[in-house]
Ligand binder design. Structure first.
Ligand SMILES: NC(=O)c1ccc[n+]([C@@H]2O[C@H](COP(=O)([O-])OP(=O)(O)OC[C@H]3O[C@@H](n4cnc5c(N)ncnc54)[C@H](O)[C@@H]3O)[C@@H](O)[C@H]2O)c1
Ligand SMILES: [Zn+2]
Ligand SMILES: [Zn+2]
Length: 344
């Protein structure tokens, strides 16, 4: 089969590899029908992910058809259409039992990082009982493509804010994660969503898809003044930080009202400073972290019921044979490009 591997010098190669085999009773082999490229894949190639192993097949965001299951896989069979979780998790350890699957002692981010991932024709998925979720009949592969990673991360961001009915939620960063967070916050009952970015194309996408009520280009306007003017001078009830810069980290707590929750889903390349004296008395709660992607079934039901839809994130479709070009295009992200769907 064709598969995309990365080399230590940062180059990519589309190579021929044998179709993966079951090596553990909990494994399933999945024929990849659609995959996507994630910013984390770019971090691997640039050498920023210490646990990533050169020569590994890249990719962890995908949907596909089960072709074979190990003897311990009880809830799936060959022919099932599935969405894959970006994280491998056992479902049984201390952390998994509490829903904190990002810290599963037997799992973590493996696919496309330390074991072969989905930018190939077939992939071996460990702990398939928990890592794969069957698609409802009316949900297409395309509809489900982002359930296990980007949508899960956006949902996680909104969930961190503990959205109450009518809340004003500000989302910093209108990239794929931020856009999903806006949609999820609305679903959770937010009354007003404020989208903040410096990229007009992305803000337009947020507005045109009805994901937000207000857009603010923070490079052109005083974001704090606008948020205060919209909230009786209080600030936002919850803030999702999905941009990941020093400026957006600061903005995230500045625009939060006293006693708000700041949910930080972004990954920073360097340490950030919490200037506690400046925020003393605001009594904020900060939450951070890698996504606990445990809601795949629920997210698929929302998609099935037309309460969530992430199809608009696909800006371009390309074939697996064109994947090296797809990586280049994704890394350059011009003209409002959000995600590329790789088809078989
Ligand atoms: N916590 C997790 O498990 C998890 C999972 C997936 C992604 N992430 C992280 O979430 C973040 C968002 O992911 P994405 O795929 O949407 O990334 P992205 O790079 O496509 O989007 C980031 C957005 O932030 C905007 N931005 C940059 N600087 C800004 C500024 N100064 N002010 C306002 N907006 C600014 C950019 O224009 C862009 O639209 C990244 O940091 C990513 O690493 C975390
Ligand atoms: Zn990812
Ligand atoms: Zn576990």
């Amino acid at each position: 089969m064709k598969a995309l591997i990365w080399n230590k010098d940062g180059t990519l190669e589309l190579v021929d590899k044998p179709i993966p085999q079951i090596t553990d009773p909990n494994d399933a082999i999945v024929k990849v029908t659609m995959s996507s490229i994630c910013t984390s894949d770019l971090h691997i190639i640039s050498g920023c992910v210490p646990k990533a192993i050169p020569g590994t097949v890249l990719g962890h965001e995908f949907v596909g058809e089960v072709v074979e299951t190990g003897s311990a896989v009880k809830n799936l069979k060959a022919g099932d259409r599935v969405s894959a979780n970006c994280e491998t998790f056992c479902g049984e350890c201390f952390f998994c039992k509490r829903g904190y699957i990002n810290n599963c002692i037997n799992g973590g981010w493996k696919l496309g990082c330390s074991i072969d991932g989905c930018q190939a024709e077939y992939v071996r998925v460990p702990y398939a009982n928990t890592g794969l979720t069957k698609l409802p009949e009316n949900v297409t592969y395309k509809n489900a493509l982002f359930v296990g990673d980007i949508l899960a991360s956006g949902y996680f961001g909104a969930e961190m804010c503990e959205v109450k009915k009518g809340d004003t939620i500000a989302v910093i960063g209108a990239g794929p994660v931020g856009l999903c967070a806006m949609q999820c916050a609305k679903l959770m009952g937010a009354g007003k969503i404020i989208a903040i970015d410096i990229d007009e194309n992305r803000l337009k996408i947020a507005k045109d898809n009805g994901l937000c009520d207000v857009i603010i280009n923070s490079s052109l306007h005083n974001t704090l003044d606008i948020v205060l003017s919209m909230t009786d001078n209080r600030g936002a009830d919850g803030v999702v930080e999905a941009a990941g810069t020093k400026d957006t980290f600061r903005l995230s707590w500045e625009i939060a009202r006293p006693n708000a929750i700041v949910g930080i889903v972004a990954m920073y390349e360097e340490s950030q400073i919490l200037p506690l004296p400046d925020m003393y008395g605001k009594n904020l709660t900060f939450k951070t972290g890698g996504v606990d992607a445990v809601h795949s079934r629920k997210l698929l039901e929302y998609i099935s019921d037309d309460r969530l839809n992430t199809d608009f994130l696909i800006s371009k479709e390309m074939k697996l044979s064109e994947i090296k070009d797809a990586y280049k295009i994704f890394a350059n992200k011009g003209n409002g490009l959000l995600k590329i769907a790789i088809t078989d």
